[in-house]
Design a protein around this ligand. Structure first.
Ligand code: RAM
Length: 331
């Protein structure tokens, strides 16, 4: 690109020749497939994807996903995208294995497939982009609860779907580090399926089943808001701290009320932006998804693919009453 620019500015003749010789650049159609539509986290990621598309130029973003977060519904979406002959599919998966046959069909037809946020098993994608290190996220969600329980206490996890790759890995990592947090007891893990009403009912169930519960940890932006509302409605603010992963825009009120002391998240806009840069680089053969390959991701920098076919972005950032106002208008 910069070489082309230099030539163009060097002489008018070269510019004319270049213009005449350059073939029309084909548009790259990248489908950003999310777990479900209507989730603010994915809408923020889609905004990042559109930013990337605008910067790269000649990229069309097809933001799509099912209304409910199930693998079956995502398979239908994938089949439609195969029929539309998109150039790339960048998916946040509702199940690591169930999507593999459909995504393999896509790859057989020359479609670039990557997963981001919530991964697909290696045979169903070219690479996976993690928002951060899984170990770090697992440790962070326990630490957020433990920070406010100096004498220990009972905590329960309210997750997304039982098959979500990302939440399941984070919970596994959280359980590994639990012994490092003296006195913190994990009493239950329940699933709200990233649906507000089901998450609310599951949080109510936890509140009723565990009268001494000290914290609900929801590693999902949908679950955490529902849990904070359930704690508020049960009159348990100050008794049960709701924490986990959330969007500042969706949790500002619950930080203000005290239903949540703090929570963490990475930048979802940057995540969608980066997934788009990677999908574009692979779809246009500007990069290959091999271990050790480094792929440029615009203003975010670059990522290097590890031996396991995965790359990771930034550390999660913690939000609380001291900084939420700065971020609640961004995502
Ligand atoms: C929800 C989704 C998403 C997850 C975030 C933290 O929006 O489950 O996959 O990364 O929460």
């Amino acid at each position: 690109m910069s070489l082309v620019k230099t030539l163009i500015t060097s002489t008018a003749l070269a510019a004319a020749m270049l213009t005449a010789a350059a073939p029309a650049q084909a548009q790259t159609r990248i489908a950003l497939v999310v777990k479900s539509l209507g989730n603010g986290f994915f809408e923020a990621a889609a905004a990042g994807a559109r930013d990337a598309a605008e910067e790269i130029g000649d990229v069309e973003i097809i933001y799509t996903g099912p209304t409910e977060p199930t693998a079956e519904a995502q398979i239908e979406v994938i089949n439609t995208l195969i029929a539309q002959q998109v150039d790339a599919i960048a998916i946040s998966a509702n199940d690591p294995d169930a999507l593999v046959p459909a995504l393999q069909r896509a790859m057989d037809r020359g479609i670039t497939v990557i997963s981001w946020d919530s991964g697909v098993a290696p045979e169903g994608r070219e690479m996976h982009l993690n928002p951060s290190s899984n170990e770090l996220i697992g440790d962070t969600i326990i630490r957020l609860a433990a920070d406010h329980l100096p004498d220990g206490g009972e905590v329960a996890i309210l997750s997304a779907t039982a098959t979500a790759t990302n939440q399941n890995i984070w919970i596994e990592e959280a359980q590994k580090v639990l012994p490092n947090y003296e006195g913190i007891e994990l009493v239950d893990i329940v699933y709200g399926d990233d649906l507000s009403d089901k998450s609310y009912r599951e949080a109510q169930g936890l509140i009723q089943s565990y009268p001494d519960l000290d914290a609900i940890i929801a590693p999902t932006t949908v679950g955490i808001v529902a849990a904070a509302q359930a704690v508020t409605d049960a009159g348990k603010i100050g008794e049960i701290n709701v924490t986990g992963l959330a969007l500042p825009s969706e949790m500002a009120g619950h930080i203000e009320s005290g239903a949540s002391q703090s929570f963490a998240i990475w930048n979802p806009i940057d995540l969608g932006y980066s997934a788009t840069y990677i999908a574009h680089a692979l779809a246009t053969d500007a990069a290959t998804a091999e271990p050790g390959a480094t792929i440029g991701i615009g203003h975010v920098g670059e990522v290097t693919i590890g031996e396991d076919g995965q790359a990771a972005m930034a550390e999660p950032f913690t939000y609380d009453a001291s900084n939420i106002d700065q971020f609640k208008t961004i995502f």
